[in-house]
Design a protein around this ligand. Structure first.
Ligand SMILES: *Cc1c(COP(=O)(O)O)cnc(C)c1O
Length: 447
């Protein structure tokens, strides 16, 4: 009896000789991907292949930037060792923070396993750098969902608002540009810190380039040179040659289970910036007087270094997958943002699907492409920190990691799904094929 394996297609009895196209077709069949879907995705891939060279160039530059930073900091085998307890003299941790400071072009950095996620990193930066009576200004509209509870825009126990720090925002103009006059009018005696979110989050707006963020900072600085400029850098790291900290930001903040952790960091967040800002944040993270001195890296140093090393490559893979997703879904008649030919400033692709059924179907398809938990069927559910029910497809090695192939969306108008990640491009492509196939199988689209 001939044993069945995925290479000859389940039960197809196909020729197992190493005929390359046959083998490839059979593995698509094993994944339940029809030849129509495979052809559609392949055609879209050919259309956007010319975009990949630019992404590769940025990846090469950023890889060299990271390696150079590690060399200049004399990263050694001893840096990979485990520490415990208070974490005094944690050489690996301290040197990794120097590496980050070099990569981001800042005086200092805080890169810690004790920072649980991006929201925690941002909250730490905000609480550490504001005092009662201060006001935080967002000149780019309402910040990311989870930040709204930190700020106290939505009821949140322990919010900045409870500590006497107020918040104000200025919406973007209808064309997506900065409302310079509105921003000028919003600045007042209390204004202390300006928060600029680089990526779109769950909002229907553009992501900003480093150059645009630089212009915005220059404008506000010309009015008030004493303000602190913080950039929520989530999902933007390594998508350009420079980071917002090299365009005037005093602090850039992000999560290690997104771009900068390279899919390897098991947890963590970073704050890179001026000594003053980083010290203030560190006092809030641990305790006044303790600051950066404490906080063991535990057994995570090697993973954090390796993740940092891989981050430019993994980010490039995710970007290519995002470009492919835009081309595929545009071809299917949906609006993808950014469009297939548009310049990107982050790894997020938002696709306006227009109905809750399509959002759910899309996410189920993504889940079916996962290497871990592929059998799970994602369901919309309330999530801490989010305003609407959220559906999340994430079959991940690192729980909740969104640099890994993932898709999510709030179940609210206009029913957009946010596609991101893929530690490798072929995996991102598999996810896209499975998402299209699921929507087809559910009878929600036609090719
Ligand atoms: C992911 C993200 C955050 C933080 O989210 P966590 O899930 O707490 O890591 C903040 N801002 C933006 C724009 C994000 O994309």
């Amino acid at each position: 009896m001939k044993s069945e394996n995925i290479y000859n297609g389940t039960g197809s009895g196909a020729d197992t000789s190493c005929n390359s196209t046959g083998v490839a077709d059979n593995i698509y069949a094993a994944f339940g991907i029809s030849s129509g879907v495979a052809a559609l995705v392949k055609e879209a891939e050919e259309k956007v292949r010319h975009r990949f060279a630019g992404i590769d160039e940025i990846c090469e530059y950023n890889t060299m930037k990271v390696v150079r930073a590690m060399q200049e900091c004399n990263v050694s085998e001893a840096c990979m060792l485990e520490t415990t307890g208070y974490g005094y003299n944690d050489v690996g941790r301290d040197r990794l923070e120097e590496v980050y400071a070099r990569i981001f072009g800042t005086e200092d950095a805080l890169v810690r396993s004790q920072i649980v996620c991006g929201t925690h990193a941002l909250a730490t930066a905000l609480f550490g750098n504001t005092r009662p009576g201060d006001e935080i200004l967002s000149p780019v509209g309402m910040p990311y969902d989870t930040l709204q509870q930190v700020l106290g825009v939505t009821e949140g126990r322990g919010s900045l608002k409870e500590y006497g720090v107020s918040f104000r925002y200025v919406d973007l103009l209808p064309d997506g540009g900065f409302d310079y006059e509105g921003i000028r009018a919003a600045i007042n005696d209390r204004t202390r810190l300006v928060e600029i979110q680089r990526s779109r989050g769950y909002a229907e707006r553009r992501s900003f380039s480093v150059a645009e963020i630089g212009e915005l900072i220059s404008f506000i600085r010309s009015i008030r040179p004493d303000l602190i400029f913080m950039v929520d850098n989530c999902y933007g790291e390594y998508t350009e040659l420079t980071e917002p900290s090299q365009a005037g930001a005093d602090m850039v903040v992000g999560s290690l289970i997104k771009n900068p952790g390279g899919g390897i960091a098991p947890v963590g967040g970073y704050i890179a910036g001026t000594h003053e800002c980083v010290e203030n944040a560190a006092m809030w993270l641990t305790a006044p007087g303790l600051g950066k001195e404490l906080g063991p890296s535990l057994g995570n140093n090697r993973l954090l270094y390796q993740g940092t090393f891989l981050a430019p490559t993994v980010t490039a893979a995710a970007e290519k997958a995002a470009v492919l997703a835009s081309a595929v879904f545009e071809r299917l008649g949906f609006t993808a943002n950014p469009g297939a030919e548009e310049v990107r400033h982050d790894i997020i692709e938002s696709i306006r699907l227009g109905s809750p059924e399509l959002v759910i179907s899309f996410c189920r398809g993504i889940q079916k492409a996962a290497a871990v938990d592929a059998f799970a069927a994602p369901e919309p559910a309330p999530m801490p920190g989010y305003e609407s029910d959220i559906i999340m497809a994430a079959g991940c090695f690192i729980s909740g990691s969104s640099i890994e192939l993932s898709a999510d969306g709030p179940l609210r108008e206009p029913y957009q799904v946010f596609f991101q990640g893929g530690l490798t491009y072929p995996h991102g492509k598999l996810g896209i094929m499975k998402a299209v196939q699921q929507m087809l199988d559910d009878g929600l689209i036609r090719l």
